[in-house]
Design a protein around this ligand. Sequence first.
Ligand code: NAD
Length: 248
Amino acid sequence: MDMEISEFAQLLKASRNLVVFTGAGISTESGIPDFRSPGGLWEKNKPIDFSDFMQSEEARRESWRRKFAMDSVLSGADPNKGHLAISSLYNNGRVRAVITQNIDGLHQQSGVRDEDVIELHGNTTYAKCLSCHERMSLDDVRKIFEQDEALPVCGTCGGIVKTATISFGQAMPVAEMRRAEALAQSADLFLAIGSSLVVYPAAEIPLLAKRSGAKLIILNREPTPLDEYADLVLRREIGETLDFVTKM
Ligand code: NAD
């Protein structure tokens, strides 16, 4: 066994308050492309900024087109070894909650209770009115959109409807950010997995943990801007690494 893995295992074993933070990289092994890897979504579709979504009907149409095109990938995706390793730590009482930037619901599918998954960037499995926050099912949105790409409006207040995700330029969810910050401040070990750690303010959370006294481990195939602050950086594949280390 190499030094990195044995150090990872020792840090895990010694931790009494482990917090896990994930990004799109944990779901690539489930067949969901991330943003910034070669061939990732960033190269194909530049994200639609929230202000464009609000101002332009065409931007709203494009975002629903992308959403429904992506749904066939999402609906076929199952949790992979990485998700399952985290849920086994959670089920053993080693991890209290998972903070995620992901919107795919795979941590919940892997067995982490919904209330213990803190979704910083929302969830793509339902839609919401941006004015009165009434939920709308995606089936209902799809039925409307299939008629000449008509845009859905809220049945209660007539407001603009959007997937329940947080776009670039959109305000972060306040309660989720507070919970994530509190968890980061109380952690003794913080594990950042599969994130390029360039999307702010989410990327502040691992730094907050480090500044509050936690040890920081970064598991990501590529370098990140926070590597210099980490106690341990593992440039490895997520699934096999977590599967191996959590079974030691
Ligand atoms: P990102 O695409 O910027 O970074 C992902 C990182 O994961 C990359 O640095 C890549 O090298 C690494 N990676 C990918 N697969 C890996 C593997 N198997 N093993 C090791 N490393 C691997 O993603 P981000 O930092 O999460 O930020 C992008 C934003 O994209 C987030 O806000 C997120 O909401 C959104 N997003 C979510 C999903 C999802 O829900 N699955 C998918 C795409 C984008």
